[in-house]
Design a protein around this ligand. Structure first.
Ligand SMILES: [Zn+2]
Ligand SMILES: [Zn+2]
Length: 251
């Protein structure tokens, strides 16, 4: 069948990620963010429009910003964040120089002001989404589309999914909402339920072996079930810094 063999973007990556511990979507998004930042640090840092984008976002979000800490990236990070700081300083200067309107003064006088409505707070807030998050979101959409096509083509994806760590709750919900046609949801839910069931059994075993009556029993695969349960619901532990190398090692 021609449709079954036609190239499906990200499919091989997805299968490989499903064979790796942790949420496959989180892993692929992390890799995408690393590549995105590679390109930005080594090729686009002198692009004024890109720097304006980063500045308007008030820098990267917390999880992406710390991926900038990698060998050889210090100068590019310094150039980018100089713009971010300058942008914030200018915004503060402009916003603080503006006198509140009569309506704003009246509202402040009449009721307790909402800090989010404060013009200085509003001006200092990110004016756009973290560019690495925007990129990650686009990849997420591609992944969802690929899963939809893969499920329709063969049983391979769901079989691999069942024996994987499953998706974290966030990504499972995102995929559920995006999956088209909606009849594909049921087999996906069954696969995720099988993952949860397996982990639940391991958690029960971990708890049982912590009982003083069974202390003599050695721990098996359930040893880190509690950590996997955290990752499966709340997402993986944020990377403290990037594991990527410098210029010569960038892919
Ligand atoms: Zn995830
Ligand atoms: Zn981000």
């Amino acid at each position: 069948m021609a449709g079954a063999t036609r190239y499906l973007p990200y499919y091989d990556d997805l299968l490989e990620a499903l064979a790796t511990p942790g949420c496959a979507f989180c892993l692929l998004q992390q890799r995408t963010a690393e590549r995105y930042l590679d390109a930005l640090l080594w090729e686009s840092v002198n692009d004024p429009s890109l720097r304006r984008e980063v500045s308007a976002a008030r820098g990267f979000c917390r999880s992406h910003a710390w991926l900038l800490v990698r060998p050889g990236a210090a100068l590019s990070a310094a150039i980018l964040y100089k713009d971010v700081l300058l942008g914030a300083a200018r915004t503060l200067q402009n916003a603080s120089a503006q006198r509140p309107s009569l309506w704003q003064r009246l509202r402040t006088w009449l009721r307790r002001p909402n800090p989010q409505e404060d013009p200085v707070v509003r001006a200092l807030a990110a004016q756009r989404t973290c560019p690495a998050c925007t990129n990650a979101r686009a990849v997420e959409q591609h992944l969802c589309a690929t899963v939809g096509t893969a499920i329709q083509r063969s049983d391979e994806f769901l079989l691999r999914y069942r024996s994987s760590s499953g998706l974290c709750l966030d990504h499972f919900s995102t995929l559920t909402a995006a999956l088209q046609p909606s009849r594909l949801r049921q087999p996906l839910w069954e696969a995720q339920s099988a993952v949860w069931q397996r982990l639940d059994t391991e958690l029960a075993e971990f708890i049982r072996k912590n009982d003083h009556r069974f202390r003599g029993e050695a721990f098996g695969v359930e040893r880190d079930a509690w950590e996997r349960a955290i990752a499966l619901t709340s997402g993986p532990q944020p990377a403290a810094t990037s594991t990527r190398g410098g210029l010569t090692q960038s892919r």
